[in-house]
Design a protein around this ligand. Structure first.
Ligand SMILES: [Zn+2]
Length: 254
């Protein structure tokens, strides 16, 4: 699978090349995806606050290794050669990973330390269960824009809506959500919740939606190395998932 993220003109050029090349491609062989960087606001979505924290060789090396990241998954416009660029998917991923890693005042020093509350164990849990992180324009076989990410058991694919449609703390919560899937917990609520997709039956099922809300709530009330605005983004996302992603409402207020 080769991916390309570029400005519109290059994207069209790539598409034309692909169309010319396509007649010789057999079904099931690799395909080229093409997409563009959408409008976004790094200050409004909280991303820019984390620039100095993420732009650190030692940290980048740590995340690159922990999440089994590969050049072929993050090249071709996704940011491999420019990891501190917050306009590209790789930099936006690292911003969210910085937030997740350092959420707690006494953050876990190792990825095997699961003690403390969700604010503290969210990163070790994600690091242990996520598997490989990969960037694509969209989920193969779906409409572009339909999905933000997808967990496949041993890897997580991230798509354009994740990189540019989510604020920085929602991206961090999504890592934990997808890691919960890869730990073996699927959605069990079918289409039976208000948002009619990715539903869990109840809070006590302890699924991806519960983990996401729990972490975001903790971050909203006690997150550190952040701003009040970003804590409020966390609470807003927590409320939205709480109100829309459970077949039976958890029944408390956030
Ligand atoms: Zn899910």
């Amino acid at each position: 699978m080769k991916n390309k993220l570029s400005k519109t003109r290059n994207g069209l050029l790539c598409l034309l090349i692909f169309l010319l090349w396509m007649p010789s491609v057999k079904a099931g062989s690799s395909t080229t995806q093409s997409c563009t960087v959408p409008a976004h606001d790094n200050v409004a979505d909280g991303t820019s606050f984390y620039l100095s924290g993420l732009c650190n060789q030692e940290r980048v090396n740590h995340w690159w290794a922990v999440f089994n990241m590969r050049r072929e998954d993050w090249d071709n416009g996704f940011g491999y050669d420019d990891p501190c660029n917050l306009d590209l998917p790789l930099g936006r991923t690292f911003a969210a990973l910085y937030l997740l890693t350092y959420s707690a005042e006494d953050y876990a020093r190792t990825t095997s330390d699961f003690s403390g509350n969700a604010l503290r164990w969210a990163y070790p849990y994600t690091a242990t269960n996520a598997g490989k992180l990969q960037a694509l324009c969209f989920k193969p076989g779906s409409s572009p824009g339909q999905w933000a990410g997808w967990a496949y058991g041993d890897r997580i694919e991230l798509y354009i809506p994740f990189f540019y449609g989510f604020d920085v703390v929602t991206r961090a919560g999504t890592f934990l959500h997808e890691a919960r899937h890869n730990a073996g917990k699927s959605h069990d609520g079918g289409t039976g919740c208000p948002r009619t997709a990715s539903c869990d039956t109840t809070w006590s099922y302890e699924g991806s939606n519960m983990y996401e809300v729990l972490y975001l709530w903790w971050f909203g009330v006690d997150g550190t190395r952040t701003t009040t605005a970003i804590r409020n983004m966390a609470l807003n996302r927590a409320r939205a998932v709480h109100n829309s992603a459970f077949n039976t409402s958890p029944g408390f207020n956030i």
